[in-house]
Ligand binder design. Structure first.
Ligand SMILES: Nc1ncnc2c1ncn2[C@@H]1O[C@H](COP(=O)(O)OP(=O)(O)OP(=O)(O)O)[C@@H](O)[C@H]1O
Ligand SMILES: [Mg+2]
Length: 612
């Protein structure tokens, strides 16, 4: 919430800031309403009519009492019966109108909720793929779900009350001044005093509260999700207390926020409740004085009775306006949060994209810095991979290999310099075409919770059953399929089959082979696999990379010895380059890495032999 939009929770609906604020929030929400926009004013009018109709029974009851006092006993029962029917009728009418109001507001609110979700998905689909690094799918879902449902509650339930909350006190003031202005003024004293008191005590104090409150709520929710997700790791490492720390901290933070806020309200709220309910103590002596003064015992008592019935309306309205402004604050903050999540700049799409016909990759003085980072992850990198050749990237952890690989399919755009495919800057290629031309297999590539067939066909939805069968063999997946009860139609994931890491990799490779893109980017495709799986994965990789332009990252150096070019990356720069043999001869970083790698293999073999 920015400062001029903020309003204290109690500043009330007559505050001009509040009016600007509510109009601003409403116009932002209206965008998502489409043609159902008209339903909101309809709901507000119906709700106002319902509120007024709801007050009529009080007047009829007062008229009944009046009839009892003034009309002769013989006539009284007929008049009373008429008034009683009117009281019942207006009460039922009020309820019916409110029902219609809620129906209209719900129709509008559901549309907003649905459109917000749709719009979120539309924007998120256009995000650079790197966006999903910093925003886990749990967090994205939570922000969209929570904020969509907050706007629903506000529009469907609280907003219809707005008109009633404005009209009811005005109507009541009119009534109480019309019957006996002296008693009326006395009734208004505690109302005015309590409102002024609240306003002066609260204004300013609760500013920015809503933002802090929702931030801490969001943190707590995210931490809860992270905690539950991490439970298997926590159990393995026996780290109960430690892992609980962040979640615990977020709960305590939330508790502190809420306690502080409740504390802030304690005194004003108590004073407010006492004063607003004290009107009876004020009007009773005034009524006694009036009786003495006018001598009209019956009519003063009658009016007194009406005021006791009507004055609590103010209290109800003030409470409602409090909830309303609170809900408004939340709704406005919800749209802010939603916008913040999705305002991330989507990929710029060239208005006259160029198509590519050649598939060499060129990095031209590429600099890349992650959003918010202080150092460049890639720092002036230039190299070329001729079409059909394989380049391998090696280097220490954090040297920038994954980042380089991800710049090719535009997970991110470069900060400086160009990445080119077939001589065309990747930013000038239509995103769909780029995605069609590049296959990328990352270690954490996911399988969908659907059938094996669908998972593979994702690479090319138009593939024929024969083509799918062929890639199943090429990706060495035959044994996986044969093991499954329903073959290719076996469902994966929840309620379905689970595959090992290596098996999943092979299915992912089958998908990539089916896609048959001319450029292949591979990041640590064999990292999770056991030796048997590793061998099969290698076979699958051979099929995938045949005649393709390949950029591969492999921690197992044996798998890249026949690469056309090996780049040794250090701090986002090329430290050494050449073929495997050339690099060994240079006796530099690569030789050290190679020796260490040989030692680790020897160590693994010795260990396995010992256990055999
Ligand atoms: N999403 C991100 N946001 C900010 N910084 C990042 C992000 N991903 C990576 N980095 C940083 O960029 C640098 C390069 O990381 P990168 O993942 O490319 O290294 P890597 O060579 O692939 O390492 P590894 O061998 O461990 O996979 C590191 O300093 C890392 O902390
Ligand atoms: Mg990496």
């Amino acid at each position: 919430m920015n400062k001029n939009k903020q309003c204290s929770l109690l500043s009330g609906i007559n505050n001009p800031n509040f009016q600007i604020y509510i109009m601003g929030t409403l116009s932002r929400l209206q965008v998502y309403m489409g043609r159902r926009k008209v339903l909101l004013p309809v709901a507000m009018v119906l709700s106002a009519m319902s509120a007024l109709a709801g007050m009529l029974p009080y007047i009829f009851i007062w008229l009944i009492v009046k009839a009892l006092f003034t009309v002769g006993e013989a006539d009284a029962s007929g008049v009373i019966r008429t008034y009683a029917w009117w009281a019942v009728g207006t009460a039922v009418g009020g309820i019916f109108l409110y029902f219609l109001a809620l129906m209209s507001s719900h129709l509008a609110a559901f549309r907003v909720e649905a459109n917000l979700r749709r719009e979120a998905m539309r924007r998120i689909i256009r995000m650079p793929l790197g966006f999903f690094d910093g925003n886990t799918n749990g967090r994205i879902r939570k922000i969209i779900d929570d904020n969509a449902s907050i706007t629903h509650t506000f529009l469907a339930h609280q907003l219809p009350d707005l008109a009633a909350t404005v009209l009811m006190p005005l109507f009541t003031i009119g009534l109480i001044l019309a019957f006996d202005w002296r008693l009326g003024l006395v009734c208004l004293i505690p109302v005015v005093v309590s409102m002024v008191l609240m306003q002066t005590m609260m204004t300013g104090k609760s500013r920015a509260f809503m933002q802090d409150y929702m931030t801490s709520l969001e943190e707590m929710n995210t931490e809860a999700v992270e905690y539950v997700r991490g439970i298997p790791v926590v159990k393995v490492f026996q780290q109960t207390i430690f892992s609980f720390k962040n979640f615990h901290k977020s709960i305590m933070n939330y508790k502190k926020m809420v306690s502080m806020h409740t504390g802030l309200w304690e005194k004003p709220m108590s004073a407010y409740s006492v004063i607003i309910n004290a009107f009876v103590f004020l009007i009773a002596p005034v009524a006694i004085l009036l009786i003495e003064y006018s001598g009209d015992y019956a009519s003063v008592l009658l009016n007194f009775f009406l005021y006791v019935l009507l004055t609590p309306v103010f209290s109800i309205c003030i409470m409602r306006s409090m909830y309303l402004s609170q809900a408004l604050g939340q709704a406005s903050e919800a749209i802010d949060r939603f916008d913040r999540l999705t305002s991330y700049e989507g990929l710029q799409v060239d208005s006259s994209p160029q198509s590519v016909n050649a598939y060499g990759i060129t990095f031209d003085k590429v600099v890349f810095r992650y959003p918010g980072a202080t150092q460049n992850a890639i720092d002036g990198l230039s190299f070329s991979i001729p079409a059909g050749k394989t380049v391998a990237l090696v280097g220490a952890s954090g040297s920038g290999k994954t980042t380089i690989a991800r710049l090719v399919p535009r997970f991110w755009d470069t900060t400086e310099g160009r990445v080119m495919l077939g001589g065309v800057d990747v930013r000038r290629i239509a995103p769909e075409e780029l995605m069609n031309k590049v296959s990328f297999v990352f270690q954490n590539t996911r399988l969908f919770k659907t059938s094996l067939l669908e998972n593979i066909r994702y690479g090319n939805p138009e593939a024929t059953p024969e083509e799918v069968e062929r890639v199943v063999d090429q990706a060495q997946c035959r044994d996986i399929i044969n093991k499954q009860p329903a073959g290719l139609n076996t469902l994966l994931g929840t309620e379905g089959t689970y595959l090992s890491g290596g098996e999943q990799q092979r299915i992912v490779l089958a998908r990539a082979i089916l896609k048959n893109a001319p450029v292949v980017v591979l990041d640590e495709a064999t990292a999770f696999a056991d030796p048997e799986n590793e061998h099969l994965i290698h076979q699958a990789l051979k099929e995938l990379t045949k005649d393709k332009t390949v950029m591969m990252i492999a921690h197992r150096l044996t798998s890249i010895t026949d690469a056309d070019l090996i780049l040794v990356i250090e701090k986002g720069k090329i430290a050494e380059q050449g073929t495997h043999d050339e690099l060994l001869e240079k006796k530099g970083i690569y030789l050290t890495m190679w020796n260490e790698y040989q030692q680790s293999i020897a160590w693994t073999i010795r260990k396995e032999a010992k256990h055999a």
